[in-house]
Design a protein around this ligand. Structure first.
Ligand code: MF3
Ligand code: CO
Length: 248
């Protein structure tokens, strides 16, 4: 069931969204050669708690951290570790959620560590822009497939592929609500989206093929071909004539 939020609920999600935005900005300030992914997790945790919020991912289905940190060929859900040290040239996706006053917000960015290759820079840019291509078509009454296909078409024209095995989602009282929000699909198909629905749109874009594999740690998702992947996500509320981003 897709829930329609009240203005009061949206206000609470806005508050969660600003915390998520701030955490991502802090992550960007701290990402550099030599820092461990565990240290990044601790910084994120402490900021979220200092805001009176709770890290949405911590304990979700047993997930052991506040952020997901996914490096290079890792697509999503990389678990922070004191053994994982960031290196020059890597691309690092950070995904974080915050929960406050009963509501969640969820967002992700992909960052560069030092100097990265031109292809990796393009991958990050295309992934981010694909979110905005989706956003352009979003408003009350459009179908889910209109959003999904706008993202997919943009990514594929750029020569990359969208991950199929993982999707975006509705969000609110729960971190994952209906509907599923795929980054691939057919315009004119799917459920109709309406004003005051809140969804997390999160393109995961691979430089090579779309296939992924799930690692033995039970969480980390990697590309099958070992080529890099990028992630970009925002929580948005659909409005009569567009959408408002709550995590930017
Ligand atoms: N943003 C992620 C998603 O929507 C949430 C990560 S799930 C967790 O898929 F378990 F890692 F928290
Ligand atoms: Co999400």
């Amino acid at each position: 069931m897709i829930t329609i939020k009240t203005q009061n609920e949206i206000d609470k999600m806005r508050k969660a969204g600003l915390i998520v935005r701030d955490v991502l900005n802090i992550m960007g300030d701290n990402i550099k050669v030599g820092i461990t992914t565990k240290e990044l997790d601790k910084i994120a945790y402490e900021h979220i708690i200092s805001c009176g919020a709770y890290p949405s991912f911590f304990g979700y289905r047993g997930y052991p951290a506040s952020i997901c940190v996914s490096i290079d060929d890792e697509v999503v859900h990389g678990i922070p570790s004191p053994k994982r040290i960031l290196e020059e040239g890597q691309i690092v996706s950070i995904d974080v959620g915050a929960y406050i006053n009963g509501y969640h917000a969820d967002a992700a960015r992909t960052f560069e560590v030092g100097q990265v290759s031109a292809q990796n820079k393009k991958l990050i840019k295309v992934t981010e822009q694909s979110f905005f291509e989706g956003l352009k078509v979003l408003k009350d009454g459009v179908r889910l497939g209109d959003l999904s296909s706008a993202i997919q078409n943009y990514v594929e024209k750029a020569g990359f592929s969208v991950v199929r095995a993982l999707v975006g989602h509705g969000i609110g009282k729960q971190i994952h609500e209906d509907p599923s929000v795929p980054n691939f699909g057919t315009a004119g198909k799917g459920v109709r989206l309406a004003q005051n629905m809140t969804i997390a749109i999160e393109p995961m874009v691979n430089m090579g093929g779309h296939e992924v594999e799930f690692c033995p740690d039970g969480w980390t998702v990697k590309t099958k071909d070992g080529l890099p992947s990028a992630h970009y996500e925002n929580t948005v509320v659909i409005t009569s004539d567009g959408a408002e981003i709550l995590t930017l």
